[in-house]
Design a protein around this ligand. Structure first.
Ligand SMILES: [Zn+2]
Length: 492
């Protein structure tokens, strides 16, 4: 054996020895009962599905903060609390909505979708303004009028683009003095009934101070066959619009954040985020068993429990790097808590070197832990080592077509440039075993395998330790979609 190999072998032995020590710490603090207790409390019927906002979600937040307090996990210096206020706004659909011309009438029960804007009861001249662009408004007087336009843009009438284009049309029309905008919606996909189902519902969004009640009403009128357009093109006269019963409520939801200082004089200036969302979707229609509570055991009481167990462990045996434990609110409403966090970080983003997020849809392979995005960062070897220590295979994303990476909180960190991935229970496909429980009332805390979850949690906590102690800073692999965002963030 050459000297070089001897040194390499020695380094490996030392690494293995320190990993052994880390494993000993994990075995000491993580117990099977502790894992089951955390999951079964967070997913309990008493918390009623942890909808955003709901008292059950607030109780879960309190449980997370008191668990961290008990474990001597600190609050972030300068915060004095584990809670980060997240400003949100919910808008419920109108109970009444009628748009009428001199000889036709359309209702929210059928042909109309209320996209946004305040309640009104108005009668005013109607004016047709093509696509509602600056050019289209150029020679039109829309002041004090109800404006009818076509949804989307001249070249792109797809539903999602119609949605985006609509937002700027409203601003423009409002600026020109219009009092309401009706868009003729003619995209065949998705189906109008499905759109109505999703959009005539209470929506929750981050509150950046631009809520609905400051806008004129914005309505979609179904016109898939383009039958209504000629009528409005040539219409001369008044129209009326009544929108009532829609409510906009501002509220504060909470991200829960804990902190453990790193032990290495240099590396402690680098932070690793260990995160999970703790919200779910609340209560809905009863299933065949009469169960109406969406417990969200898999999604995501289990991920929440893994992070709590990591926090307890790392508070007792701190890592070289500093640790932030973040529990996000509002993930199910569109990754809201993590979006807010990245916009309002409690530690500068460029000091955060990694985000190890823990989130789940379900599982069908108890021999494995799946890591979505594992091949994307240089932490791959230590992450695999954690699985080996507990006899779990570490598997890559088996269902890239499900876009799981982009469907959970880590993506907000990745977009900011921070290497991020998602730890999740063993999955081989998104088949029946997953869909049976995914966002279903039957996702109860007594329907999961706690022997497996014990090993799964220990594997997560060990992986957290190994990443936080990595001698080299973990980073994006070259060529990754977010590599350049990383270069920009860290000023390389
Ligand atoms: Zn989730």
């Amino acid at each position: 054996m050459t000297k070089f190999l001897w040194i390499t072998a020695l380094t490996l032995v030392c690494l293995a020895a320190s990993a052994q020590k880390d494993k000993k710490y994990v075995d000491e603090t993580v117990t099977r009962q502790g894992v089951e207790a955390a999951i079964s409390f967070i997913a309990s019927d008493e918390l009623r599905g942890r909808d955003t906002p709901s008292p059950g979600l607030d109780i879960a937040a309190k449980y997370l903060s008191t668990s961290m307090l008990a474990a001597n996990v600190l609050t972030v210096p300068g915060m004095n609390t584990y809670f980060q206020d997240v400003s949100m706004v919910s808008s419920s659909p109108p109970t009444t909505g009628i748009f009428a011309t001199s000889d036709s009438s359309y209702s929210i029960a059928n042909e109309l979708i209320h996209i946004g804007g305040s309640p009104v009861n108005i009668e005013a001249p109607l004016v047709y303004a093509q696509y509602g662009t600056e050019e289209d408004f150029a020679n039109l007087d829309v002041k004090g009028k109800i404006v009818v336009v076509q949804a989307g843009q001249r070249k792109d009438r797809e539903a999602t683009s119609a949605f985006k284009a609509g937002a700027s049309k409203i601003l423009l029309a409002q600026e020109k003095g219009a009092i309401a905008v009706i868009e003729l919606f003619n995209s065949p996909q998705p189906n109008w009934k499905i759109l109505r189902y999703y959009l005539n519902n209470t929506k929750v969004a981050l509150d950046y101070g631009d809520q609905d009640d400051e806008y004129i009403p914005h309505i979609w009128l179904e016109d898939v066959n383009n039958n209504r357009r000629p009528y409005f093109e040539s219409y001369v006269g008044n129209a009326s619009l009544t929108i009532a019963g829609n409510e906009v409520k501002k509220f504060i939801s909470k991200n829960v954040i804990g902190y453990v200082e790193g032990t290495d004089p240099e590396l402690k200036n680098e932070y690793v985020i260990y995160s999970a969302h703790y919200d779910h979707v609340g209560v809905g229609e009863p299933d065949l068993e009469g169960d109406s509570i969406f417990n969200g055991t898999r999604d995501n009481a289990i991920g929440t429990a893994t992070v709590i167990k990591a926090a307890e462990n790392i508070a007792k045996y701190p890592l070289k790097r500093s640790s932030l434990f973040i529990f996000f609110t509002g993930e199910e409403k569109g990754l809201l808590g993590s979006e807010w966090y990245v916009d309002h970080p409690v530690v500068p983003l460029h000091q955060v070197v990694y985000c190890f997020n823990s989130d789940n849809a379900g599982y069908n392979d108890t021999t494995a832990a799946t890591i979505i995005g594992i091949e994307r960062t240089t932490a791959e070897p230590v992450l695999r080592k954690a699985g080996e220590a507990y006899g779990l295979n570490t598997t890559n994303d088996p269902v890239p077509e499900q876009n799981l990476y982009d469907r959970s909180d880590q993506v907000n960190f990745a977009r900011a440039g921070i290497p991020a991935l998602m730890y999740t229970m063993g999955i081989t496909d998104f088949g029946e075993e997953l869909t049976r429980f995914y966002h279903k009332q039957g996702d109860n805390p007594d329907s999961v395998d706690y022997e497996y979850l014990y090993r799964f949690t220990k594997t997560y906590v060990l992986a957290c330790r190994l990443v936080g102690n990595m001698p080299e800073k973990p980073y994006w692999r070259k060529g990754d979609k977010y590599y350049n965002a990383g270069e920009a963030l860290y000023g390389k």
